[in-house]
Design a protein around this ligand. Sequence first.
Ligand code: ZN
Length: 80
Amino acid sequence: MCSMSSSHRKKARTSELLPCPECGEVEVVRTGERCQLADGLKIKSLVHYKCRSCGARLFDDDAIHAIQAARASQSARSTG
Ligand SMILES: [Zn+2]
């Protein structure tokens, strides 16, 4: 039997804030600023979440995609 598969997926846009993994504080704000990651990758104006209490950075899907894109473009440039 054949049925039309309706797209079951909808884009879930959660505005729910996650608590900070470092300190548990929920005062996490969305911010866009220059970031340097642990591996030295620098990204100008990366939009991410930042804990107002301890300053820990949290990366959501959008931020992770931006990081991956930046990493890909930077590793393509350097031969290291
Ligand atoms: Zn925190």
